[in-house]
Design a protein around this ligand. Structure first.
Ligand code: GLC
Length: 438
């Protein structure tokens, strides 16, 4: 068994740390401007201009089954969909707002279709819910709000009541966790109490747990779905730590207690979360695969994002990226599912990453740079019963070899396990060798 013990939290994380790989989906009105889901903030879009997106929103090619099919084919085991992003637009039929998808030309409850389709594919279902809301009339203008530079920004706040907004959130979370069956993940986003506006705008302070009334909000969620996994972004520790757009190099630890925590890196294909037509910074296939391996090799999950187009489809570039995962996972998923960071006694050689099965019996060597004919594995001599390439199950011959090392002031021979490799790299973005340990 893996010797790593993570901090105990209320949610059920057992399935989660087994499954390792999920799909994030950012969809909303911002798919139409197609230049970042924060477009309303970036451009301080006037309300009447933003209303046009609402007026014409009609993702006519949307097919939840197709989204689910592609997620599953990519090897993803769960998904998290933005039920509401910072713009405040709801993809579900909420009775607490008119600013919802059923009032657009599209007219359908997209969340409902998503839940049903993903469940039918055997995928777990999660909801992202934005704490920030740039449309709600009670959400005060703060340092991130699209109206922050308005001359009358201060006056705009007269009569706004965050208490009413906090209640609105509890009501909506209640709807989301009541009307759609079992929900596995709730992803709140995000708190920024330490931020404030500059100079004259220093009265524009950020928001945190006091504003969201996070304790009540979290209690509401837990009372409806006790085992649900909740992230930490409502400003109170829950189950999940969420490093965003960077790859931790070590297993995350709790800052106060030092315990290992359950963590999930969220990443994008090209930089933004919502569909961004002109973005040219798409990650290479090598990078996509390595990010997944690096994550599991340090004990985490990867939540990889897709931003569907305003027609409701994954665009060609996103589909291709998903296919990269699909092909690699088809052959190599055994080194991902049910795997975690290798035991501390095993150190991966240069250009390699290790993962190890939870039961400790299998160790996976991921070859980032393909070595010339032999790979020596210090510390593994006598510990491996059988070795094979994972993608085709072909035997990899092993022998005892010598490694010249400089130790105690002289060159010495160290006995190591040596794997004999074919001269030509197998046709895998990252080839994996599966070691069955004694
Ligand atoms: C952020 C952003 C955002 C995105 C998200 C995903 O903090 O505000 O647009 O939804 O995190 O992690």
């Amino acid at each position: 068994m893996s010797s790593y013990v993570t901090r105990k939290t209320p949610g059920d994380t057992v399935w989660f740390t087994h499954d390792r790989f999920g799909m994030f989906i950012h969809f909303g009105l911002y798919a139409m401007p197609a230049r970042h889901e924060w477009v309303k903030h970036h451009e301080c879009t006037p309300e009447d201009k933003y209303d046009l997106y609402f007026k014409y929103f009609n993702p006519d090619l949307f097919d939840a089954k197709e989204w689910a099919r592609q997620a599953k084919a990519a090897g993803m085991k769960y998904a998290v969909l933005t039920t509401k992003h910072h713009e405040g637009f709801c993809l579900f039929d909420s009775q607490y707002t008119d600013y919802k998808i059923t009032n657009t030309p599209f007219g359908r409850d997209l969340v409902k279709e998503y839940v049903e389709a993903f469940r039918a594919e055997g995928l777990r279902v999660g909801f992202y819910y934005s704490l920030i809301d740039w449309h709600h009339p009670d959400f005060t203008v703060d340092c991130l709000h699209p109206r922050r530079f308005d001359k009358n920004a201060k006056e705009l706040n007269e009569g706004r009541d965050m208490k009413r907004y906090a209640e609105y959130m509890r009501n909506q979370v209640t709807e989301l966790l009541t009307n759609y069956g079992k929900i596995d993940i709730l992803w709140f986003d995000f708190s920024y109490a330490e931020m404030r506006g500059e100079g004259e705008r220093s009265w524009q302070v950020g928001k945190g747990k006091e504003d969201w009334e996070s304790e009540k909000l979290l209690a509401t969620a837990r009372s409806l779905q006790p085992n649900i996994i909740i992230d930490n972004r409502a400003d109170i520790d829950q189950d999940l730590w969420t490093p965003e757009q960077f790859q931790p190099e070590n297993w995350w630890r709790h800052p106060e207690t030092g315990e290992l925590v359950t963590w999930e890196a969220c990443q994008t294909f090209s930089g933004s979360w919502g569909y961004y037509r002109d973005e040219m910074t798409w990650k290479s296939p090598e990078m996509l695969i390595r990010m997944l391996i690096n994550t599991v090799a340090t004990g985490g999950n990867l939540l990889m994002n897709v931003g569907p187009t305003a027609r409701g489809e994954f665009d060609r570039r996103a589909q291709n990226a998903l296919k990269v995962y699909g092909e690699w996972m088809h052959a190599n998923s055994r080194s991902i599912y049910g795997c975690t960071m290798a035991e501390p006694e095993f150190t991966a050689p240069a250009d390699c990453r290790f993962t190890q099965s939870e039961d400790g019996k299998r160790l996976y060597v991921h070859l980032y740079a393909y070595p010339f004919e032999r790979l020596s594995l210090p510390g593994l001599l006598g510990k491996v019963e059988y070795a094979q390439f994972l993608h085709d199950g072909s035997e990899v011959l092993m022998e005892e070899g010598d490694n010249l090392v400089y130790k105690d002031g002289k060159m010495q021979n160290e006995k190591v396990l040596v794997l004999n490799l074919p001269a030509v790299k197998p046709d895998q973005i990252v080839p994996v060798i599966e070691l069955f340990l004694k």
